[in-house]
Design a protein around this ligand. Structure first.
Ligand SMILES: Nc1ncnc2c1ncn2[C@@H]1O[C@H](COP(=O)(O)OP(=O)(O)OP(=O)(O)O)[C@@H](O)[C@H]1O
Ligand SMILES: [Mg+2]
Length: 509
């Protein structure tokens, strides 16, 4: 590596936007490019993205980040990719055209497919092998839906003309040449979200793919999270730069938060919330509604696993208050509105918009606001929406404590919602542990940058990540026990009101 190659660029292809961030050797942000993409809601419960828009936005974000820092690709030692997980793209390898929009992780259209797959064995049919319950969340059933419903898709797939990827693989293939020799690969963390990868062997479970009618020729090669997959071949943009790190967004944040020891955990507050607990080099099965997933794998080293609590709706509830109710003009305004009242006024908001994920896994649930009286105003609703994030996190945290047998002593946090001081204080109060935020809150991109930089020797290994991590702010619990217990008891009661809502004759609702 020459001295001129002083930076690593990470592409963070998220649910709401695509970002490109340039980091220096100290793990500090040098520049950022970012573009939002359209959220497409064709029917109740359906959520799609346009893969071409995502690819265009990614290129534009990279160009923005490089130009803001007056850099070109020759200054980059490596590129890392991190991405919204599970979101499913199927494209034609001969034309590079997607055969359908990307089906997003929150989409519930595969409800019936999932029930049929479970049959008499139920939701846990594949759990001991793939770490996941049958749920609409994961990629495999979304691929099946595309092959079943897009005209001509199954024949093309069987002829070997179609490729599947989460958005990491879609971007990698395009960055490395697309129809002209693009590399079709993914990393173990993304593969572990498809329901199609055996957690022990880290290879595709061909019998599960066969159950779902998915030809294995569509599936990307499974590689580690930190190795050179290929070189950028986009004219003038990332030409010849090694692409050498891929991690699903939540695993990337865990890496960027330096959770390298067994028992270390982080919680990311973005569109949804995702808490991951490092469980070491053996997969641990959850007894309490958590997922078993691959946390990262550096080159030839052993894979490290995690238990994960996935919450579908947290930050997106704030977007819903803004876009669907119009009671705030921007996400940060929710804090002022929440502070206009002293407490939730008895109102609880359970945002089961995509059913309930961890620890309940109830696709038959739908959202509810309960405890309403004439007293409740929009300030209370804003407060209840923020509190929902903290209560859901408490549920997941309790499951993690139960599975691991040890109580977390503090929680490392990151993501867009941690800017909200009212929420973070309430979070510390409801968990009764300290909540700690690092200086670089963009831990998702940072983790992918580290994975890429470690693969090419720009950083030596995990110790650099640990050395570069620095605490920015800490929130300490100040609520009394009786109040905490009362609030959480009421929340649990509110959750019961959302269950068993979807009837079979309500299409995709
Ligand atoms: N001050 C705030 N208070 C509450 N919520 C906020 C605040 N600022 C941002 N948010 C919420 O945080 C989310 C954005 O966080 P972040 O940027 O981490 O998400 P993201 O990485 O873009 O998500 P994804 O990766 O899923 O696209 C939005 O859903 C937004 O509603
Ligand atoms: Mg994100």
């Amino acid at each position: 590596m020459s001295d001129a190659q002083k930076y690593v660029l990470a592409v963070d292809q998220g649910t709401t936007s695509s970002r490109a961030i340039v980091f220096n050797h100290s793990g500090e942000i040098v520049s950022v490019g970012q573009l939002e993409h359209e959220q497409i809601f064709p029917k109740a419960g359906w959520v799609e993205h346009d893969p071409k828009e995502i690819w265009d936005n990614t290129r534009e974000a990279v160009a923005q980040a490089l130009s803001k820092a007056s850099l070109n690709s020759s200054s980059l030692a490596a590129v890392g990719i991190t991405n919204q997980r599970e979101t499913t793209v199927v494209w034609d390898k001969n034309t590079g055209e997607p055969v359908y929009n990307a089906i997003v992780w929150q989409d519930t259209r595969t409800d019936k497919i999932v029930k049929e797959l479970g049959g008499s064995e139920g939701d846990d049919k594949y759990k001991s092998r793939v770490g996941l319950p049958l749920a609409t969340y994961f990629s495999g059933p979304k691929i099946k839906w595309i092959l079943d419903n897009v005209e001509g898709a199954r024949a093309k797939a069987e002829a070997g003309d179609l490729l599947f990827g989460n958005t990491d693989a879609w971007l990698l293939w395009n960055m490395t040449g697309g129809v002209d020799g693009g590399v079709h690969a993914t990393d173990v963390t993304n593969a572990s979200r498809t329901m199609l990868m055996d957690l022990e062997t880290l290879s595709w479970a061909e019998d599960i793919a066969a159950d779902m009618g998915i030809p294995t020729s569509m599936l990307p090669e499974i590689r580690s999270s930190s190795e050179v997959y290929g070189n950028g071949r986009q004219q003038g943009l990332l030409t010849d730069v090694p692409i050498s790190g891929i991690l699903g967004d939540q695993q990337a944040a865990t890496f960027g938060q330096a959770c390298f020891e067994v028992g270390m955990a982080k919680n990311t507050y973005g569109t949804g919330n995702f808490m991951l607990l490092n469980t070491g080099t053996e997969p641990v099965q959850s007894e309490n509604g958590l997922l078993t997933t691959v946390c990262y794998k550096i080159g030839d080293q052993k894979a490290v696993y995690a238990l994960e609590g996935s919450i579908a709706v947290t930050g997106s509830l704030i977007q819903w208050l803004r876009d669907n109710l119009g009671i705030i003009g921007s996400a940060p305004e929710v804090e002022d509105l929440a502070k206009s009242v002293d407490d939730n006024g008895g109102a609880y908001f359970v945002p089961a918009f995509s059913g309930l994920f961890a620890p309940h896994w109830r696709s038959d649930a739908r959202g509810a606001v309960v405890g309403l009286t004439r007293f409740v105003n929009k300030g209370h609703i804003a407060r209840a929406a923020l509190e929902a994030t903290a209560f859901q996190t408490r549920e997941v945290n309790d499951a993690m404590n139960a599975d691991s047998g040890v109580n977390l002593t503090e929680l490392k946090v990151d993501g867009g919602m941690v800017a909200n001081e009212t929420l973070m204080q309430f979070q510390a109060d409801i968990l009764n542990v300290d909540v700690v935020k690092p200086v670089v809150a963009e831990t998702t991109a940072l983790g992918a940058a580290y994975a890429a930089g470690i693969a090419v020797g720009f950083w030596e290994g995990e110790q650099d990540v640990i050395d570069n991590w620095a605490e920015d702010k800490r929130w300490t619990p100040s609520m009394d026990d009786a109040e905490r217990d009362r609030l959480f008891r009421q929340w649990n009661k509110a959750v019961t009101k959302t269950l068993d809502w979807v009837d079979d004759d309500v299409e995709s609702a």
